[in-house]
Write a protein that binds this ligand. Structure first.
Ligand code: GUN
Length: 285
């Protein structure tokens, strides 16, 4: 039976450390979050980000836009936030309304304030093995979680399923930088089972409930579930058939309580790190 990886516990400990540092700092970090869509989950994520920021003593500004919002309005706000010294991190919750161009907005964020690590400069740094100003929150959280449980990555066969810019691709890059041998699988991959069966580490980020079945997992593999879908009965399910796979895996993350809490904790840590970087010549620390 697998060890159940407790993401809530690891995230809480990270947040407690961070809170102490914030308390000791005279100046406080500022995080701006922009929401421009009507998606119910996005609204919950943004509200949780705001609550967590305030709980740590950060300054939090949330900007909510309705469907009539223009690209020009968002561009203007990004320029203002880039110039605002009180704001250290800027997060544009994705997706945006269909008529808005997320890529253009992300490119306009000052890379030093790009708390999600989505700006091409930060993605490029990550790909070059350089330190980005911020590393994408979910991938960073996954690596931290694996390290918290002393799970060896070097030389391991890892498969990442899902090739999004938010999770799949940067997770594959981080694992490569940790010297894992990485396969990036996706919706067009043929015979996924033949790939997962050989994997020491499976990271699934597709949003397809119970895609990963017990017969797709090698005995003793580490299984990380990034999927989270709310069912009709309001329960949350991940990409992994948890009850069956936990009998085969050595370590497994639950949904909820696995990767999710790490994402928000890493967002807070990124905000703090950007704040430090932006204030590093300021004597008030
Ligand atoms: N939408 C889903 N996940 C994320 C995330 O980590 N950051 C942003 N900005 N939007 C998201």
């Amino acid at each position: 039976m697998a060890v159940i990886i407790d993401g809530k516990k690891v995230a809480t400990s990270l947040l407690e450390n961070l809170k102490l540092k914030v308390q000791q700092s005279e100046k406080k970090p500022g995080l701006a979050v922009i929401l421009a869509n009507n998606d119910a989950s996005s609204k919950i994520y943004v509200s949780n980000k705001e609550k967590q920021s305030l709980a740590l003593g950060f300054k939090s500004s949330v900007y909510i836009f309705d469907k009539s919002t223009t690209q020009g309005q968002l561009i203007k706000l990004i320029h203002e936030l880039n110039e605002n010294e009180q704001i250290n991190g800027i997060l544009v919750q994705l997706p945006l309304f269909d008529h808005l161009d997320a890529n253009q907005i992300i490119e306009l964020i000052n890379p030093k304030k790009d708390v999600d690590g989505f700006h091409p400069i930060n993605v490029g740094k990550l790909n070059c093995g350089l330190k980005p100003y911020a590393t994408c929150c979910t991938p960073k959280g996954i690596i931290k979680l694996l390290k918290a449980y002393n799970i060896e990555l070097e030389g391991k066969n890892a498969v990442v399923i899902g090739r999004s810019n938010i999770v799949g691709k940067p997770t594959a890059t981080l694992l490569t930088n940790e010297n894992a041998t990485v396969t990036l699988a996706h919706s067009k991959t043929k015979d996924l089972k033949s790939i997962t069966k050989n994997a020491d580490i499976i990271i699934s980020a597709t949003g397809s409930p119970k895609l990963i079945k017990a017969d797709m997992v090698k005995k003793g593999a580490v299984v990380v579930d990034v999927g989270i879908v709310r069912q009709f009965d309001k329960s949350l399910v991940g990409d992994v058939d948890f009850e069956k796979v936990k009998k085969i895996a050595s370590y497994i993350t639950p949904v909820p309580g696995g990767v999710g809490p790490m994402t928000i904790a890493c967002l807070m840590e990124n905000t703090w790190e950007l704040f430090l970087e932006q204030n590093k010549n300021n004597a008030k620390f």
